[in-house]
Design a protein around this ligand. Structure first.
Ligand code: BGC
Length: 442
């Protein structure tokens, strides 16, 4: 039997990623909590409730698990509505609690990567029109200053906004995130405001902490033509990919937001990334469809032969991660994989998914792509937005009623990878024997 190990570079960051609203519980003062109370918004009327109960202190046991499993980093977010419960009020206790969590990470040998905005907004902000209102920038910057001042002792790595491309798509085109609109004008306004908010936050963070490394986390999704010979499919796929994948990061390089018919100059955005954060889950195929005007005339679907996740949300397409990293190379920045994972309550696909995706990362690293770390989504099953609790992304499972954690084989596999800083043939033989032949041919 062939024996080998795919090694990763020294100092590679290994960890999991989480987000405040999905794990803390009782985030009653934000737009998601309000959205969850509305009928028909969340699958089966499910609610975040106590989530993973982090706000009451269960972060400790989950950080213990991560540290024991060899993670040397963790990506988490802070909840704006806790820190600034009203426009004219800061909650110092909430900031203290986040400081405690950061100390908790560093004491356990894990480097914190903190996301300042991960999908949820304070209620007072959404009542003012949220990201559509240009005033959001005037509120975001003081919030960022407050957090960075409070956490700078522990944190050097910052993500300003998580997946601005998913947020504007889901909130203003698909209507599945609050405020539930299908309005391209609103999407445009929110996009401009997010780019400005990021740019000014980048500058604000560097002013407080000159050594900080600041970026965003973009979701990169391969959007390929269904029929490569069809010019219409190629047109629709190209448009969707431009808007979803390229628009934001290109604006942060050039200072220009280049839409199909108009360009908007945002000069302050130029050169405002120290690293590129990529979230990768899957890729899709796009067929031209006249009825999909709001989606650039593209109907998306997975490859007919693709292996799908439990609820059909993700196709296991590891080569798409290599393509995502290759796409990321054009920005000439260090790259962090800020999310990657699959929903799988039975953990029947996840071990393979992890190995196959990390194999692609290893390949990229060996082509000298500057990939510096990998954060698995997620540490523990958590509240999956409009999909509620029906999707289970955790290395550890969660019984929401009893708050009991269940160790999945993937948690052990990932632990071995973190400790080894590599993937060995022996791990593949034990956790995903079906892959052995193709990964380690005799
Ligand atoms: C988001 C996470 C989410 C994950 C899986 C990403 O788009 O950043 O918050 O839980 O996908 O759905």
């Amino acid at each position: 039997m062939a024996q080998a190990t795919f090694h990763f570079p020294r100092g590679f960051l290994w960890g999991a990623a989480t987000a405040a609203h999905q794990v803390e519980g009782n985030n009653t003062n934000n737009n998601w909590w309000a959205w969850e109370q509305e009928e028909g918004r969340i699958i089966q009327g499910q609610k975040s409730g106590l989530a993973c109960d982090w706000w009451n202190g269960r972060w400790r046991e989950d950080f213990d698990r991560a540290a024991e499993a060899g993670h040397n980093a963790h990506r988490m977010s802070v909840e704006w509505s806790r820190i600034q419960p009203a426009p004219d009020r800061w909650d110092e206790n909430a900031l203290d609690r986040y400081r405690e969590m950061m100390r908790g990470l560093t004491e356990r040998g894990m480097t914190p990567l903190v996301t300042l905005h991960h999908f949820s907004d304070p209620l007072w902000l959404s009542e003012m029109g949220g990201w559509e209102n240009e005033k959001v920038v005037d509120y975001f910057i003081p919030f960022v200053n407050k957090v960075v001042e409070a956490l700078r002792e522990y944190v050097n790595l910052w993500v300003t906004i998580n997946e601005p491309n998913v947020l504007v798509t889901n909130a203003y085109v698909m209507g599945v995130f609050p405020p539930g609109k299908t309005d391209l004008g609103a999407m445009y306004r929110a996009t401009v405001n997010m780019i400005r908010a990021h740019a000014l936050a980048y500058q604000a963070i560097h002013k407080i902490q000159p050594t900080a490394r600041v970026g965003l986390a973009f979701q990169y999704r391969g959007l390929l033509p269904s029929k490569t010979w069809s010019p219409l499919d190629r047109f629709a796929a190209g448009m969707q990919s431009r808007l979803f994948n390229d628009l934001f990061p290109e604006a942060l390089v050039s200072g220009v937001l280049r839409l199909p018919v108009v360009s908007r100059h945002i000069p302050e955005a130029r050169g405002t990334q120290d690293f590129l954060g990529i979230n990768y889950y899957t890729q899709e195929y796009v067929a031209f469809n006249l009825l999909k005007a709001g989606e650039m005339f593209g109907q998306r679907s997975f490859h007919p032969q693709a292996e799908l996740s439990e609820t059909g949300f993700i196709a296991n397409d590891p080569e798409g991660l290599f393509k995502a990293l290759k796409w990321g190379m054009r920005f000439e920045l260090p790259i962090l994989i800020t999310e990657n994972g699959v929903e799988d309550s039975q953990d029947s696909l996840r071990p393979r998914y992890i190995i196959q995706h990390l194999h692609q990362v290893w390949k990229a690293v060996n082509f000298n792509f500057p990939v510096k770390g990998y954060f698995h989504w997620s540490l523990v099953d958590n509240f999956e937005w409009e999909r509620g609790w029906t999707q289970r992304f955790g290395l550890w499972g969660l019984d929401v009623e009893t708050q009991t954690r269940l160790t999945r084989p993937s948690a052990d596999l990932f632990a071995e990878i973190c400790r080894e800083n590599g993937i060995s043939s022996e791990m593949v033989a034990r956790y995903a024997p079906a892959l052995f032949e193709s990964m380690f041919p005799n």
